[in-house]
Design a protein around this ligand. Structure first.
Ligand SMILES: *Cc1c(COP(=O)(O)O)cnc(C)c1O
Length: 235
């Protein structure tokens, strides 16, 4: 039996509302990003029908195909790149996305800034931070974060919004909260250094409650909205 995406959206929104209540935060503090990687265009359209507007994709070519297939809705939809970005793909990303969450090198940020078309608003950026040490290979290490954040915030084609993390999978609320608390402290530290950041992109299907308790402003949810992912397509 296939449960409908609209029912799943209601369930995830209920989880978010409960987590916001527990955290004593207003429910509209936390944006829901629907992670549609490996899902067909029909799933994006079904979610859009149910009111979803923000979509996250991991693979550039797959995302471009979906952005093209939904082009009549382009003004309504907000497309976020949340997967790794190679320098040979920065131009199409700068031209087609609204957000990139996975910036962890200045060179990538510089290219995105130079290649952002002048008729579009600055590209929204989160810096991906490695919150799991050796257990993770992606994201900038925290000792390099302040310098990267300062440099990225000065680039004219970009708007630095905040930080993003993908912690290693952990069981239990307390364990899940720890890396999220740590990312929140880094955001507070950068704000104290004068950066106007407003976004903490953290929490996925399995740990969104922990993320909301620690101040997430955007959770990235795939499986809980769309069900198990179909097999990957070649990028
Ligand atoms: C796939 C993915 C998600 C969504 O994960 P689920 O566990 O399916 O909710 C969130 N963030 C990133 C970076 C991802 O790659």
């Amino acid at each position: 039996m296939k449960v409908g995406i609209s029912e799943n959206i209601l369930q995830v929104r209920a989880r978010l509302a409960a987590a916001c209540a527990a955290a004593q935060r207003p429910v509209n503090d936390v944006a829901l990003l629907a992670v549609s990687k490996f899902q067909p265009v029909s799933a994006v359209l079904e979610a859009h029908q149910a009111g979803q507007r923000e979509f996250g994709e991991n693979y550039v070519q797959e995302a471009l195909d979906k952005i093209a297939a939904t082009s009549e809705l382009r003004a309504e939809l907000v497309w976020h790149l949340i997967g790794p970005l190679q320098s040979n793909k920065t131009r199409v990303v700068a031209e087609n996305f609204d957000w990139v969450h996975s910036v962890d090198r200045l060179k990538i940020a510089q290219r995105l800034s130079e290649q952002r078309p002048g008729h579009l608003p600055p590209l929204n950026i989160c810096l991906q931070v490695n919150v799991s040490g050796e257990a993770s290979k992606s994201g900038i290490s925290p000792d390099e974060l302040p310098a990267l954040a300062k440099a990225v915030s000065a680039l004219p084609g970009l708007r630095l919004r905040g930080l993003m993390s993908i912690p290693e999978p952990l069981e239990g609320l307390d364990a899940q909260r720890a890396p999220h608390a740590w990312l929140r402290r880094w955001m507070t530290e950068l704000q104290a250094q004068g950066l106007a950041l407003d976004t903490l992109s953290m929490g996925m299907s399995a740990d969104l409650e922990a993320a909301v308790l620690e101040g997430a402003t955007l959770v990235r949810v795939g499986t809980a909205l769309f069900g198990a992912r179909p097999a990957p397509q070649a990028d």
